[in-house]
Design a protein around this ligand. Structure first.
Ligand SMILES: [Fe+2]
Ligand SMILES: [Fe+2]
Length: 160
C-alpha cells in the first residue's frame, strides 16, 4: 500500500518539478509563507478531502497546486482588484503548460468565491467547493501562524 504522501506526490510529480512552480518558493504569499508552501498545503488538503469524499482527487489535487500560479507580491503590487484578477492570471499561466479539464479550469478560476470576476457564476463542481474551503482554511492558518508545527507534523515536514 502506498502511503498518502507517496500517492499525492505521484499524482503531482510533474507539476512540482516545473521551474514555473518551483519559482513560487521565492514569492511571499501570506505573512511569512512562500507561495509554494501555500499551494502545496492546499493541494494536499484537497487531495485528502477529495479522497475521503470519493471525488476526482487526482485532477483536483493537480488543479489545486496551480490555483495561485502567479509571481507578483500582491501586497506591494499596484495591480487593482487582486482578489478578482489573480485567478484569471493563474489560469492563463497554467493553461500554457497543461491541458486542463472544465473542472480544473473552474477550480482555478473560482477559488476565490464569492469574490471573483463574475459573482453570479456559481461553482458547478464539488471539487471546486473543496478547493474554496481548503484555500480559505490554509490562508487563515498562515495568517494566525499557529498550526504550522501541527501541519508540518501532519505532512512530515515534506513541504517546507
Ligand atoms: Fe488565490
Ligand atoms: Fe490560495
Amino acid at each position: 500500500m502506498m502511503s498518502d504522501k507517496r500517492k499525492f506526490i505521484a499524482a503531482v510529480a510533474d507539476i512540482i518539478r516545473m521551474p514555473q512552480v518551483r519559482r513560487l518558493r521565492k514569492t511571499i504569499h501570506h505573512h511569512r509563507f512562500n507561495r509554494y508552501y501555500h499551494v502545496m498545503h492546499v493541494a494536499y488538503m484537497v487531495f485528502m478531502l477529495c479522497r475521503y469524499l470519493k471525488y476526482d482527487w487526482r485532477n483536483a489535487a493537480r488543479a489545486a497546486l496551480l490555483h495561485d500560479l502567479f509571481y507578483f507580491d500582491w501586497r506591494n503590487s499596484r495591480l487593482k482588484g487582486y482578489p478578482w484578477m489573480h485567478p484569471v492570471i493563474a489560469l492563463k499561466r497554467a493553461r500554457r503548460h497543461f491541458t486542463l479539464s472544465a473542472m480544473q479550469m473552474e477550480m482555478i478560476e473560482l477559488h476565490m468565491w464569492p469574490i471573483h470576476a463574475d459573482p453570479v457564476r456559481m461553482p458547478r463542481y464539488a471539487e471546486t467547493w473543496v478547493l474554496i474551503v481548503c484555500d480559505k482554511i490554509q490562508t487563515f492558518c498562515e495568517y494566525i501562524d499557529i498550526p504550522v508545527r501541527f501541519i508540518r507534523r501532519l505532512t512530515g515536514g515534506l513541504f517546507h
